[in-house]
Structures are given as C-alpha cells and as structure tokens.
Design a protein around this ligand. Sequence first.
Ligand code: TXA
Ligand code: MG
Length: 315
Amino acid sequence: MQTALTRDPETAAAYLKQGGIVAFPTETVYGLGANVFNAVAVAKVFEAKRRPADNPLIAHVADFDQINLLASEINETAQKLIEAFFPGPLTLVLAKGDSVPLIATAGLDTIGVRMPQQSVAQLFLKACGFPVVAPSANLSGRPSPTTWQAVLEDLDGRIDCILQGDPTEIGLESTVVDCTGDVPVLLRLGSVPLSELRNIIPQTIEYKPVTEEAPMSPGLKHKHYAPRARVFLAESTMTDIPRNDTAYIGMVEPSDAPQFSRVLVCSTVEEYAHWVFEFFRECDRLGIRTIYCEAVPETGIGAALMDRLRRAAEG
Ligand code: TXA
Ligand code: MG
C-alpha cells in the first residue's frame, strides 16, 4: 500500500469515506482514524498498528450532536464534563450505543468519546461527517507520534494517508475519565489534571488497579510509550552515571552535560511534555542506548508526564 501525504482535510476525509484509514493531527498526539461504523475499516486500524484486539478505541466527534450517535446515555456528570471540557484533551467513557460495532470497543459495552480542539482535526472530522475512531498513530508499544514524520516512520506503507499538520501542541495523550458509574473515575492521566476535573465534579476519583489481569482501562496493561533505549527516572543531582550512548531530558541542565550524546533542557513542564515522545524517537534514530529523564513534581501536566515516564521506564 502506498501512503499518501496531504495537507487538505477534504482529501484525507475522502479516504475514510471509502473505508480507508488515515492519520491526522490533534492537540494531544496524532491519531489513526477510521469510520466508527465501518467494522472492516476499524479492523484495519488494529492491523496497521499491530494493536491487541482487547484494547478499545476512542471515537472522535466534530460536534455535540455526534455524541448521541455513539452513546446510549449521557448522564448528568458526563453532561457537566462535556460542557466544561469539550472540545479539548478529555475523553469520556460512556455507555455505548447499539450502532457502534463491538470491534471498536474491544467488546465492551462502553465507548470513549472525545472532541478535539485542534483546527485541522476539526476540519477533518467535519469533512468526514461521521465519528472517527482513532488510537494514537504509532505501532503498538512505541511512543505516541507528535509529528506527521513520526507517523510515517512507524506506519509508512501500512495506512492509506497522512493528513500533515503541525507538531501537536500538548504532546501527551488525552485524560480518560469513566462516566458510567455514580462518580467519575480517572482512568488515564492527561493534560486535564484531576484537580480541574474535581473543580467540576468534586467526587471524581482516581482509578487504582485491583489486579493486573482486569484493568478498567484495558490499554493500561499493555506496554506503552517505550523507546528502544532503556529509560531511567533520574534526580537532577545524579552523579556517576555512564555516558556512552546516553541521553538526558529534564528541566535542570546536568553539570556534566557535554558528556551526554544528547541533552534536552526544557524551561517548563509543558515544554517537557511537548517534547518527550519526539525526544525518545530521536534517541532511537541516533542509536542511543540509555535515556535519563528528570523527575518532575506531579501537579498539572506533571502528573501525566510522570505516568508516561514511569511506563517508559518499565518498558
Ligand atoms: O489523546 C488521545 O487520546 C489520542 C488522540 C488520537 O485522540 N488517542 C489515544 O488513543 O491516545 P489510544 O488508543 O492510544 O489510547 C486510548 C486509551 C487506551 O488506554 C484505552 O484502553 C482507553 O483509552 N479506552 C478507550 N476506550 C475505552 C473504554 N471504553 N473503556 C475504558 N478505557 C477505554
Ligand atoms: Mg496509544
């Protein structure tokens, strides 16, 4: 398969209307989209990414009306969170409507719904005219792509088209919140922090896995966000670490910076979050074997960043 490149949302949408799969930018990371109602196209997304079939997809909507095509019920808490955060980097898990094929939700009776804010994403979704399921547009287990070039690196020849846009602004995936129960449950940290969710619904709780086998958000059990290099969480004061083929990303410049193969010093936590996945990919391109990532305070997007760094360090 030849992967077409375009900057035109209408051209990209035409591939989806024909049952194809297309990568597109959002404010978080690039997604790999298919028509949610076309089970054959949705299957192609799993195939192209080599995604485990038990990991459900998020459906992206252009407007509020499309939410009703996906969800059988929007309860009061969901309604409040939608009003507060849509469009934006928040995914709500809702009771699934009957017309959504089970392959999209990995057999679950719930569906993740998100309305992106980024302008190219909005034009693309409007041009499609139907909700679009889209996981991050990386090969399963790799860092999420924040540039169209990173999508090409993983999926060239495996997908129909890439809608080329700017590097994604936020750089980490959306916050995922389950709204099907009595109180909202935060399933995945993202750029909407728990404190902001609690400003709207004070009862919001953070999900704590009971067993490894049955996570509430199936994606959390899979290997994630990992470069080929080994990742270590580091304190800014670290000393005596090996420097050969070694890189560093953080907010405080290490005193022996010239000894690293690659160093990226970020001036804010937002900047760190924006760059981290691309830095991982860059290190892989350079053949770097070890990456030290400075730990940050777990407030605001710092909590999501630390979550991704820990997962990469486990990987
Ligand atoms: O920012 C984002 O969310 C990006 C952009 C493209 O929108 N998408 C993304 O998708 O990160 P993905 O598939 O890489 O991650 C989706 C996460 C997974 O952890 C998945 O298990 C969880 O959301 N999820 C999706 N549907 C769910 C559901 N019905 N119930 C529980 N968790 C769900
Ligand atoms: Mg992903």
